[in-house]
Ligand binder design. Structure first.
Ligand SMILES: [Zn+2]
Length: 199
C-alpha cells in the first residue's frame, strides 16, 4: 500500500465504492477536494446528508420526493388520464427529457423475477391497482425495460389491468432488446413512445 495520509485514504476508499469510480479516480478526486476551498467540501458533504435525510418516496407514484408528493404528481398541468409504468425512479429521467409525455408515472421498484424470489407482492403493484380503481385513468403505458423480466412484468400487469376496461400499451420495439431505458438516447425513446402498441 502506498503511504497516503489516513483521512485521504479513507475518503478515496469511500469514493471508490461509487459506480464508475476506480481506485485511481477516487484518489484523484480525494486530492482535488483536499486542494479545493473548505466550502466546497462542506457543500458536498451537506448535499449528500440532506439528500439521504429528506428524500422519501412519493405516496402516490413512488418516485423520489422531497416532502409530500413528487413534483410530477403535484403538477396540475399533467394529464391524470395516463400513467406510465416504470421499473425505477431513474427511468423517469429519460422519459421526461424526451419532453413529449404529459401524463403521470408509477414506479414499480423492480420487476417480477421468479428465479430470485421477487413476486408481484414485492413490487408497488397493489398501489397501482388502487390508483386505477379510482376510474380517472384511460391508458397505462408499460415502459418496463426491454428484457425478459421487463416483458414478463408488463404482460402480468396487462392481464390485471385489461379487465378494468383500461387501454394498456407498451413502448415500441425501437429500443434494443436487453437495453436499459435509462441509457437509451432521446430519439430512440421518442420513437418507442410514439410507436407504442396495445398489449
Ligand atoms: Zn408522485
Amino acid at each position: 500500500m502506498i503511504a497516503v495520509a489516513k483521512p485521504l485514504e479513507r475518503l478515496a476508499s469511500e469514493l471508490s465504492k461509487l459506480p464508475g469510480i476506480g481506485p485511481k479516480s477516487a484518489m484523484r478526486l480525494a486530492y482535488h477536494l483536499l486542494y479545493s476551498p473548505q466550502e466546497q467540501s462542506t457543500a458536498l458533504a451537506e448535499a449528500i446528508l440532506s439528500m439521504k435525510e429528506r428524500i422519501k418516496f412519493c405516496p402516490v407514484c413512488f418516485n423520489f420526493a422531497d416532502g409530500d408528493s413528487c413534483p410530477i404528481c403535484q403538477d396540475e398541468r399533467r394529464d391524470p388520464s395516463t400513467i406510465c409504468v416504470v421499473e425505477s425512479p431513474s427511468d423517469i429521467v429519460p422519459l421526461e427529457r424526451m419532453g413529449r409525455y404529459k401524463g403521470l408515472y408509477h414506479v414499480l421498484h423492480g420487476t417480477i423475477k421468479p428465479t430470485q424470489g421477487v413476486g408481484p407482492d414485492e413490487l408497488r403493484i397493489s398501489e397501482l391497482m388502487s390508483r386505477l380503481q379510482e376510474g380517472k385513468v384511460t391508458e397505462v403505458i408499460m415502459a418496463t425495460n426491454p428484457n425478459v423480466e421487463g416483458e414478463t412484468t408488463a404482460m402480468y400487469l396487462c392481464r390485471l389491468i385489461t379487465p378494468l376496461g383500461i387501454r394498456v400499451s407498451r413502448l415500441a420495439r425501437g429500443l434494443p432488446f436487453g437495453a436499459d431505458l435509462e441509457y437509451a438516447d432521446d430519439v430512440t425513446i421518442g420513437q418507442a413512445f410514439e410507436g407504442r402498441q396495445d398489449l
